[in-house]
Design a protein around this ligand. Structure first.
Ligand code: C2E
Ligand code: CA
Length: 555
């Protein structure tokens, strides 16, 4: 008998619950072991089953058999990463119960499946009503027939709800969810169904309704929940986004409907915050690209950061017109996706927790590059970007200092650019860390300064050395009607001067803007007018041509 079955862990997990069942299948012999609870509850012949797929197939409700087999075949063929579907299965008493079945395949070095293992959860006994909001739970979805009656489903999510909880606490979070759910129920037509989908997501199933009714409902919901008043009198700004799917036109089953709703909501949150976005083929393609992107990125990281490269964009000293240093900007090409811009792939890295690993790679390459160039061209001010998430890693400070020591660089020539002006959750801790890094000589820059509401707040809390003025203020300075941008930039620079900070103006795209900016009082200038971000060889050529004067276009 296969080793994979002779495992006390299997018995321990198997005995842990009477409504969660586990199974493991040796794919070479097609023999599987099922937990005793599963054997009892579903009336299986024994713990060990030969050809379990066909034995179990006989337990699956005939109407759900296709869903089940499509999903499982997708996993075996490698098309799907995980087995994850809900269907009805017949128990020992001959009664069909809803189960959620999840599993995954382990493959050998040649990609052949060797083990299939997973767990099955009985979901029939779950509550019909959500205990917090009193709305129906998703269990109710099993009873809707999306193929039979036309309508529109909306998945509504509260934007940045996690941040709201971290700002106000869980109790206020609950209060908001309750108030929000009541408002949805109040604005819905009586024949519509409202369900709590998960956390801060609500599902509205609008049977027999047209687009106009649904968009009117959503518009009113946005208006009426824009600012929500708490019991203690405080007011909280709430923003929502939603995905919409027409059924049965775009989805005739629960699984497809939920899938498409989730993709549409994800798209709305990422691209059109606040909007109600209906499912389209474009959204399906973007979702698909996101999956490939994630897999490609993961593979590249596993392959020793294959496909990652740093590009360099010069900083021009406003005082001398010479190249004073550069910003290191990450580039990446995957096996399948070769045209992804940092804005896209960095977000994926951030969303899936890979930004730290890649961030350390960037830091090491930037610092090593500074050391290499110093030996050839003299000191250059080299900056690299860090996402806020990277700073939350306990080892960030230690690794930054160790890296500078390893390559023997003077930290005075390293600028750490904090990319997002986010709501800093622990400003005191971050300020202390910046303080310690600055004591070592490192320079800290606040990137994209002036755009987010949080910018001024961050300036108040965080000790920094540079402010980078956001390029949206700069790019159109020379165009008529942009006098206000000039006043904003001028005032920001004056503020920097008075606070003793250096400044970097980025986004200088042409000579007209360069002339206007020339009259201002910044420390460093950056933009396409001087050079696009370029590869190492080209940047070195530019350094060797040495005199790089203001007004010359190198791009
Ligand atoms: P950022 O830090 O604001 O970087 C400046 C971006 O503006 C770069 O885009 C650069 O190519 C672009 N740019 C430079 N000059 C001009 C100009 O004159 N006009 C215009 N319109 N754009 C200009 P890029 O390289 O696509 O990077 C986008 C963002 O990705 C960066 O914005 C930064 O937030 C992030 N990023 C890039 N590399 C890294 C990295 O290594 N780590 C992290 N965490 N984020 C990175
Ligand atoms: Ca930057």
């Amino acid at each position: 008998m296969s080793d994979i079955f002779n495992n006390e862990l299997f018995e321990a997990f198997g005995a842990a619950s009477d409504h969660v069942y586990i199974y493991v299948c040796d794919m070479k012999t097609n023999v599987s072991r099922w937990s005793l609870a599963a054997v009892d509850y579903f009336g299986l012949e024994g713990e060990y089953l030969e050809d379990a797929a066909s034995v179990w197939g006989k337990h699956v409700h005939p109407d759900d058999l296709k869903t089940y087999t499509d999903d499982i075949n997708g996993v075996f063929s490698g098309e799907k990463k995980y087995h994850n579907c809900q269907y009805r299965a017949r128990n020992a008493k001959g009664k069909y119960v809803w189960v959620e079945c999840k599993g995954s395949v382990i493959r050998d070095a040649y990609g052949n499946p060797i083990i299939f293992a997973g767990l099955m959860t009985r979901i029939d006994g779950q509550s019909k009503y959500d205990t917090l909001t009193g709305l129906l739970t998703t269990q109710e979805l099993h009873y809707f027939d999306f193929a039979a009656q036309p309508g529109i489903a909306l998945l509504i999510g509260m934007d940045g709800f996690r941040k709201t909880i971290s700002n106000y606490g869980y109790n206020i979070g609950d209060e908001l969810l309750i108030k929000f759910s009541r408002k949805i129920a109040e604005l819905c037509k009586p024949e519509w169904k409202v369900l709590r989908f998960s956390g801060d997501e609500f599902l509205v199933v609008a049977f027999a309704s047209d687009l106009q009714e649904v968009t009117d409902f959503y518009g009113q919901l946005c208006r009426e929940t824009d600012i929500m008043k708490l019991e203690d009198g405080r007011k909280v700004g709430v923003s929502i986004s939603a995905g919409g799917v027409l059924f049965p036109k775009d989805a005739d089953s629960r699984e497809v409907l939920i899938n498409k709703l989730e993709h549409s909501l994800e798209f709305a949150k990422n691209n059109q915050r606040g909007s109600l976005t209906f499912f389209s083929e474009e959204i399906a393609k973007i979702h698909e690209r996101g999956l490939v992107l994630r897999e490609d990125l993961k593979q590249c990281i596993q392959d020793g950061f294959k496909g990652f490269e740093l590009f360099f964009q010069p900083f021009i000293s406003q005082a001398t017109g010479a190249i004073a240093g550069c910003e290191c900007l990450l580039r990446w090409k995957g096996e399948r996706i070769k045209d992804s811009y940092p804005m896209e792939f960095i977000k994926v890295l951030e969303d899936y927790g890979e930004i730290n690993a890649v961030g350390y790679w960037v830091m090491e390459h930037a610092i090593r590059q500074q050391a290499e160039w110093r030996a050839r061209y003299g000191e250059l001010q080299v900056s690299f970007n860090v996402s806020y998430q990277q700073l939350l890693d306990d080892t960030f400070e230690e690794r930054t200092i160790a890296c500078a020591k390893k390559y023997g660089v003077n930290p005075n020539y390293i600028i750490i650019e904090l990319t997002e002006s986010c709501q800093v959750e622990a400003p005191k801790e971050l300020a202390a860390m910046f303080g310690r890094l600055r004591e070592q000589g490192f320079k800290i820059a606040l990137d994209d300064f002036g755009t987010a509401y949080a910018s001024m707040e961050m300036l108040k809390w965080l000790p920094v050395d540079f402010i980078k003025v956001e390029h949206s203020f700069i790019r159109e300075l020379a165009q008529p009607g942009h006098d206000i941008d000039y006043v904003i930039v001028d005032s920001l620079l004056e503020m920097c001067r008075r606070l003793g900070y250096d400044s970097i103006i980025e986004g200088v795209e042409d000579s007209k803007v360069a002339d206007i900016v020339g009259a201002l009082n910044a420390t460093l200038l950056q933009g396409y007018h001087y050079s696009h971000p370029i590869c190492r060889g080209d940047f070195e050529k530019m350094l060797e041509e040495k005199s790089m004067h203001l007004g010359e276009t190198q791009a």
